[in-house]
Write a protein that binds this ligand. Structure first.
Ligand code: DAH
Length: 360
C-alpha cells in the first residue's frame, strides 16, 4: 500500500520536525483528529469487503499505533526541553542580598513617635491640637505671657533674635510653645482644651540641650477648671506614656511669669546602673512645669479672669523620649545618622494607639 507508506513518512517527518508542543498538537490533530488523515483511512474500512479489510486493517491500525507512539515520544522530548529552558532562564541567585521593601526598611524618628504617642493620649482625654509658627513676635513669645519689658525672666531664655526691623521690633525663634497658648486664646472662646506640640529654640548645646528642641504645651480654660483637674490629667498622662500602672508625682513651688501659682512636677523613679525605671523606687525626676494661668495672661488674650480660669503645662518632648526609650545623648536625635535611626526608630506602620499599645 504505497499511499499508507507515503502518509506514514509524511506524518513521522512532521512529528520529528515539530519545534514545539503547539506545532506537534497541530500535527496530531491533522492525523488522528476527527477529520484527520488516519481517521479518514480508518473510516474506509467499513466500506471494504471482508478480504480487503483483512489486508488493510492491520496496515492502517499499525500506521495509527506507530504515529501515536512517535507523537508520545516527541511530546515528552519537547516537554523536557521546554522545562530545561525554563529552569535555565529562571534561576535565582540565592547568594544575592535580599532588599527589604521600603515600608520595612524605613523608620519613624523617636520624636515623631513620641508626638504621636502623646497626641493619642491627650486626644483620648478630649484635647485638640493647636499649632503656631516657629518664627514669633516678641509680643506673643514674651509680653502677652506676662514677661514685662526688661524683666529678668526674659534673660532665662537664651533667645535667638532676628535683626531689628526699621520700627525697632524684632522677630525671634520661639523659645517655648507657650505663645501657641496665647494664639489659641486670642482666636477661640472658652472652653478651651488643647495641646501644642512643636519645635522650640534656645542658644544652648550640650549632652542634654540642643539649639532646636521640642516641647508640648497643654492649656485648659473653663469656668471651673482647677489644679485638681491638672493633677489628674498629668497623672493619667504619665501612667499612659510610661506604660505603668501607677506613678507618684511631687509638685514643687516654682516661678513662671505666665502662671500663678507655678509648680514644677517630679515623677517617682528608680535609678539603677544608669537605667531609669518609672512607677517604682524612691528617686525623683523633674519632667515639667505647670500652673494656673495668670489673670494678666487671660486679660491680655481678651478673656475675663473673673469669669474664666484655667491651667497650663509645658514639657520637653525630647527629654521624655530620652527617658522612655533610654537614649543618653540628645544631640544624636538631630545628627541624621541612619544607623542610629535604624536602631532607635520605629516601624512605619506601628502607629501608637491607646488600645493597641503605644510603643508595642
Ligand atoms: N514655657 C515654659 C518653659 O519653656 C514651660 C512651661 C511652664 C509652660 C509652665 C507652661 C507652664 O504652660 O504653665 O520653660
Amino acid at each position: 500500500m504505497a499511499d499508507v507508506n507515503t502518509l506514514e513518512q509524511e506524518i513521522l517527518g512532521a512529528v520529528s520536525m515539530a519545534p514545539d508542543e503547539a506545532t506537534l498538537e497541530t500535527v496530531r490533530v491533522a492525523a488522528l483528529g476527527k477529520s484527520g488523515s488516519i481517521s479518514a483511512l480508518l473510516k474506509t474500512l467499513g466500506t471494504l469487503t471482508p478480504d480487503e479489510r483483512k489486508a488493510q486493517g492491520p496496515l492502517i491500525n499499525g500506521l495509527k499505533d506507530r504515529v501515536t507512539a512517535a507523537l508520545t515520544t516527541r511530546k515528552s522530548a519537547l516537554g523536557d526541553a521546554a522545562l530545561d529552558a525554563r529552569l535555565a532562564s529562571e534561576t535565582v541567585d540565592v547568594t544575592l542580598p535580599v532588599r527589604e521593601a521600603p515600608t520595612e526598611a524605613g523608620r519613624i524618628h523617636p520624636i515623631s513617635q513620641v508626638i504621636d504617642e502623646l497626641t493619642a493620649i491627650f486626644a483620648d482625654m478630649g484635647f485638640a491640637i493647636a499649632e503656631g509658627p516657629d518664627v514669633e513676635t516678641d509680643d506673643l513669645n514674651f509680653t502677652k505671657l506676662n514677661f514685662p519689658e526688661g524683666h529678668p525672666a526674659r534673660e532665662m531664655h537664651d533667645t535667638f533674635f532676628f535683626n531689628p526691623k526699621p520700627d525697632g521690633s524684632r522677630l525671634l525663634l520661639r523659645t517655648h510653645t507657650s505663645p501657641v497658648q496665647v494664639r489659641t486664646m486670642l482666636s477661640q472662646k472658652p472652653p478651651i482644651r488643647v495641646i501644642c506640640p512643636g519645635r522650640t529654640y534656645r542658644c544652648d548645646s550640650d549632652q542634654t540641650h540642643t539649639p532646636m528642641f521640642h516641647q508640648v504645651e497643654g492649656l485648659v480654660i473653663d469656668k471651673g477648671s482647677h489644679i485638681g483637674h491638672l493633677k489628674w490629667i498629668l497623672a493619667e498622662f504619665c501612667k499612659a506614656f510610661f506604660e505603668v500602672d501607677d506613678v507618684k508625682m511631687r509638685f514643687r513651688p516654682s516661678f513662671f511669669p505666665f502662671t500663678e501659682p507655678s509648680l514644677e512636677v517630679d515623677i517617682q523613679c528608680k535609678r539603677d546602673k544608669g537605667e531609669i525605671r518609672f512607677g517604682e523606687g524612691t528617686d525623683w525626676l523633674e519632667i515639667l512645669g505647670c500652673g494656673m494661668v495668670h489673670p494678666n495672661v487671660l486679660r491680655n488674650c481678651g478673656i475675663d479672669p473673673n469669669e474664666y480660669q484655667g491651667f497650663a503645662w509645658g514639657m520637653g518632648i525630647d527629654r521624655i523620649a530620652m527617658l522612655k526609650y533610654g537614649m543618653a545623648d540628645l544631640r544624636a536625635f538631630f545628627e541624621a545618622d541612619v544607623r542610629w535611626l535604624s536602631h532607635y526608630g520605629f516601624r512605619t506602620l506601628d502607629l501608637p494607639t491607646l488600645a493597641g499599645g503605644l510603643s508595642a
